[in-house]
Design a protein around this ligand. Structure first.
Ligand code: NAG
Ligand code: NAG
Length: 200
């Protein structure tokens, strides 16, 4: 983001003009941001031990973080240090592979959370409401971010519940913390892609 601002500044053009309708790329950043905000709010409420049903009985803050397996989003979506403000900058950043990995990440978490919700005793309504709000945000991002729709379907590994409620809740804690970190990376990457689209 800092780079984008720097480039826009150097070119003497504002990053975003209010007169222009929202571009596809801007729609990606808007909905990626909404997903991050949603995730953060659910996680913060769940980490609050006094109110938490989701993580009742253990301290989620102290557990490790698990991120989506076999995804290379952080390395693939990292723009190179040699990036310039010219339109050639896309060559130092494999946009398609980055988008493919992001698509894979989103599919993994959406399917993981859906599977988890299905495994729950359906009276756990607060957890179901919270997790469903996250999967809804994922779906909204997938639907409103054109570049993500253009990437081919990826086969992703599926999460499976162990069938023991306590262990599955601990796993959910680790996975949600991982998803939060990944969502920050996804926001940053879609920010680069969006800035690039705006400058071309
Ligand atoms: C959970 O762990 C964190 C970090 O160690 C600590 O700050 C917090 O007080 C703990 N919460 C509870 C309820 O024990
Ligand atoms: C992530 O990117 C790597 C490197 O380009 C690619 O080989 C891999 O298939 C991608 N993974 C997914 C899930 O798209």
């Amino acid at each position: 983001m800092a780079l984008a601002l720097l480039c826009a500044g150097a070119l003497g053009t504002p990053l975003r003009t209010t007169a222009r309708p929202e571009t596809d790329a801007q729609s990606c950043t808007t909905h990626a941001k909404a997903l991050l905000v949603r995730l953060k709010s659910v996680l913060e409420a769940a980490l609050d031990q006094k109110r938490s049903v989701m993580f009742n009985g253990f301290n989620c803050t102290e557990l490790s973080v698990i991120v989506v397996p076999h995804s290379q989003t952080p390395s693939i979506c990292q723009p190179s240090q040699h990036v310039t403000c010219s339109s050639q900058s896309s060559q130092s950043f494999n946009k398609n592979e980055c988008l493919k990995n992001i698509t894979g990440d989103l599919q993994y978490y959406r399917s993981m959370l859906n599977t988890y919700v299905k495994s729950l005793d359906q009276t756990k309504s607060q957890t179901i409401t919270d997790l469903t709000s996250i999967t809804d945000s994922i779906q909204t991002l997938q639907k409103n971010c054109q570049p993500l729709q253009n990437t081919e379907e990826q086969q992703t590994e599926n999460w499976k519940p162990k069938g023991q409620a306590f262990e599955d809740r601990m796993d959910l804690c680790k996975q949600l913390k991982g998803f939060h970190i990944r969502a920050i990376t996804i926001n940053r990457a879609l920010g680069y892609i969006s800035a690039e689209a705006d400058n071309s």
